[in-house]
Design a protein around this ligand. Sequence first.
Ligand SMILES: Cc1ncc(COP(=O)(O)O)c(C=O)c1O
Length: 334
Amino acid sequence: MPVGGADDLKDAIIAKMKKDHGLEYSRDEISVACGAKHSLYNISQALIQEGDEVIIPAPYWVSYPDQVVLAGGTPVFIETDEASAFKITPAQLEQAITPKTKALILNSPCNPTGTSYSFEEMKALGEVCLKHDFMVISDDIYERLIYDGLVFNNIVQVVPELKSRVVVVNGVSKTYAMTGWRIGYACGPKELISAMTKLQSQSTSNATSVAQKASVEALNGPQDVVNDMIKQFEKRRTYIVSRLNSMLGVSCFNSTGAFYVFPNFSSLYGKSFEGKLINNSSDFAAYLLGNAKVALVPGIAFGADNYARLSYACSMENIEKGMDRIEEAIKLLK
Ligand SMILES: Cc1ncc(COP(=O)(O)O)c(C=O)c1O
């Protein structure tokens, strides 16, 4: 089995990239790994040298900064909040770029905020990138999970001139609910893909062959189940956002993608329950876990302590129960 992926899986990825995004890749521009997380890790290790800076919009997915640091790089964060729909602006990007900038990581739709960039917004960022010389890592893992009639666009689709400087990361975990199968892939310039594959040959070798076969079926097979799943996710998103916004002291951005909401709970900080003060997102998450039996991830893990992340990749019944419990628990805070 070739380290960088079986030919039939690479061909399925080539067909998908062409059909869904109008992008042309050849087999030697694709490397398959044990999940998109592994693809991103390989990219960091192959690309980043000691002292390189990598621009990461915050709130960010937890692994980005750590992977950059592990490779000897320095994460440079661009802060966003709900007032800007958790999106960076071209001016913010321009300001973050230095001669040491090696890469920018974009993740739309985004984990944890659920925000998604429009065609125009992505184009404006792409035009800034064109004026400089660094790689763009486009983490497209949630590309199908996009709502409110929005259309997914990655940066290569909107600014094709960038193609030689973009590595697109995707996988089967989210779209096909195949998280445990551990198949992710990267599509990008040959030299980078070849370095990533060489690196992988000294760690995992190829991703598991049976999981690669299953991914060929997922990519080439009928896609109607995905559309049904998207409808369910959108319903849950609408419900969860409206429930959270109706709670006293909570404001929740209307996420337009992925399966997360990222409500702001900071107006509850400073309150207490039975003498125990809630000062930050970790205290609040611990309070909900202990007293309401609801598990959410403190925003501090994503670089944003005013928030917490809730996943709606669970049944509507559990979401309703969870919302009732959070609402009651908040009422008990003094
Ligand atoms: C933004 C983002 N990128 C990548 C991944 C990794 O996905 P995989 O399961 O394919 O490793 C995740 C998984 O949570 C994610 O949220």
